[in-house]
Design a protein. Sequence first.
Length: 452
Amino acid sequence: MSKIVHGRGRGHDDPPALNRRDLLKLGAAGAALAALPAAVPEARAQAVKTGAHIVIAGAGAAGLSVAARLAERLDGAKITIIDARKAHYYQPGFTLVAAGLKPQGYVTSSTADYLPQGIDLVEERVAEFDPDGNTVTTESGRSIAYDFLVVTTGMVLDYAAIEGMETDRIGQDGLGSVYHSPQAAAATWQAMSRFADEGGRGLFLRPATEMKCAGAPLKYTFITDDTLRKRGNRGKAELVYAAHNQTLFSVPIVNEKVRMLYRERGVNTIHDRVMTGIDLGRKVGIFSTPDGGTEEIGYDFVNVIPPMRAPDPVRYSPLAWQTGVWAHDGWMEVDKATLRHARYDNVFGVGDIAGVPKGKTAASVKWQVPVAVDHLVATIAGTTSDSVYDGYTSCPLITRLGRAMLVEFDYQNNLTPSFPGVIAPLEELWITWVMKTMALKPTYLSMLRGRA
């Protein structure tokens, strides 16, 4: 098989420059892709015949994308996907809801809408993985045997690790938390909007764990800053960003760009501060400090981002890393190039659950899934694949309303622009804003159906 390196068209001529009309067409093109069926009959003529049973644990972006591609690539396979949540969330849109740019319903659809024909859906959660016995057990006690397992369970938001945090109070008394849910994103917008009218201190942060889209806390700080400016109230507000270590972003050149923008826009950055608690009554965040102590920072508005970890069934299973930097939070031990488990050849981990140096974004899923599926199908066919995932991650980093930077990078922190000569990665562009707010969702939906 031909080598896949996250499929971004290396070796082709650079695309022509795009004007406003071209960019507007991107959204329409993505919508057309999204409308295509999940399987093309002609493609099945080349499908690999097999009676293998493949279980997919999790029906989020990664799980649905894997199911769609396997349905096309295999003929006769039994494919079972396990997930209790009926709603599907377009998580890249949560920040747009929390910015007041999209309604709450923009990010919510139904999991069933994206299931290919012939896929068995078990509407439960996986309670236990037994990779030695090639079975998973659901919360009801049902045991399901498999020949191949693809783990796409995503991650959990560990709000309980922040003492005093009450998620049912998001939206009240200046408490925001974009990640929690569509409802919380909308409530966060209401709280931030009141802050933008009244002023005071806005407090922003990120956890010390791995997390979904590490640029999201930065972009919401920028969004709040620009909202204040558009209302003529920037002078009434102080913005504080509490970085969990000495950097703002893991890619050095991007870190320096954000640092400069924060300085220009008056965002006060403090380093080596990790939120461990919050006093909702006093409106105070409690942070650990490098000397082992704690520091209290008051706020009028805060965007709480909790620690993020692997779900317990993975975290406390043989699938998790046993040693190393990803062991504590239970990320799945996979080869970073193939997404195949390091100790169980018939198991793959894709998406947020994968314990790899980069890749907890929807854009990463887009490039991880074809690689993992290619290796799985090759194993069934008795061949090999040289497909490689190089750590590609994309972050459309909103820096003001109407402008964004398209930051793309790999495992080595190399910038890997998809549109060289058209979209400069570290420039605040209207084009990138259009991509984030218009074109990415249709492309994402196409990905769920195996079309992008």
